[in-house]
Design a binder for this molecule. Structure first.
Ligand code: ADP
Ligand code: MG
Length: 257
């Protein structure tokens, strides 16, 4: 029922916390190779949607399908192994490790180590080879984000913007097909934001797909080819930026009309 290039399908997700319905029927699709925006007022359920898709939370009902496989409720490290990785609204780096070490241990609970261990058996040379491969990839990430000069700095000493770069670099360590980015530009200065957007554009050209939560409507309109609008735990409308802009219900949701 969905077209060939649909990468992610979210169908009728519901999730409540105590008496609060955080998700009240969330449905949308993300096409492969797009940057898709997920917008909505504070409390609309965007982060909860990310938590359910990436397996941080299980939904009360509804399904998540990724590359034609239902993954509803699969834990994060398993969604990561399938190529679906998310970043958090608040970066979760290990402050007492260096920037390089943060990349080499890979995103917490998402990863790397178990996946690598499955690929490499445990002889001395295999382990050495495995460490080298992880190091090479980590160094590529540092160069890609222009933070190689910070490799041996403690992650705890980074600026807010640099932490955002590190968070994205960590997510990319497993070469995910779909990246869910929760407010990746919050607290990032304009020049760094531009660099991040440029990087995201490059990664998209390389075949990665992005689902992006972001408050800046101008940014969303400029960089996303599809936009999903959430309001009070529901998906309100989905469309191109032009379609969204002309939707009365979107204007109402944002302006409180
Ligand atoms: P958004 O990211 O769009 O701002 P959230 O998904 O963070 O929205 O929150 C949606 C609703 O669910 C809000 O009312 C929020 O207070 C509530 N909520 C989110 N997570 C929890 C939680 N762990 N426990 C209780 N309520 C939560
Ligand atoms: Mg949020």
């Amino acid at each position: 029922d969905s077209d060939a290039d649909t990468l992610l399908t979210v169908d009728s997700l519901r999730k409540s916390f105590g008496g609060i319905d955080a998700l009240n029927g969330v449905s949308f699709e993300v096409s492969s190779g797009t940057i898709t925006g997920l917008i909505g007022p504070n409390g609309a359920g965007k982060s909860t949607t990310f938590n359910v898709i990436s397996g941080v939370l299980s939904p009360d009902s509804g399904t998540v399908t990724f590359v034609d496989e239902e993954i509803t409720g699969l834990p994060s490290h398993q969604t990561a192994q399938r190529g679906l990785v998310r970043t958090f609204q608040l970066a979760r780096e290990f402050k007492n490790m260096t920037v390089l070490e943060n990349l080499m241990v890979a995103p917490e609970g998402q990863a790397g180590e178990a996946a690598w261990r499955a690929v490499f058996p445990g002889t001395r040379d295999d382990v050495r080879h495995q460490e080298e491969e992880i190091f090479e990839r980590a160094w590529e990430m540092l160069e890609f984000f222009d933070i190689d000069h910070l490799a041996l700095e403690n992650a705890g000493s980074l600026s807010g913007g640099q932490r955002k770069l590190l968070e994205l670099a960590r997510a990319l360590m497993l070469d995910p097909e779909l990246l869910l980015l929760d407010e990746p530009f919050a607290g990032v200065n304009p020049s760094l934001e531009e660099r991040l957007l440029e990087r995201i554009g490059t990664l998209r050209e390389q075949g990665h797909t992005f689902l992006l939560v972001e408050h800046d409507m101008d940014l969303i309109m400029e960089h996303c080819e599809r936009v999903i609008v959430m309001h009070q735990g529901e998906t309100l409308v989905t469309g191109t930026p032009e379609e969204i802009k002309s939707e009365e219900r979107v204007v109402e949701a944002y302006l409180g009309g």
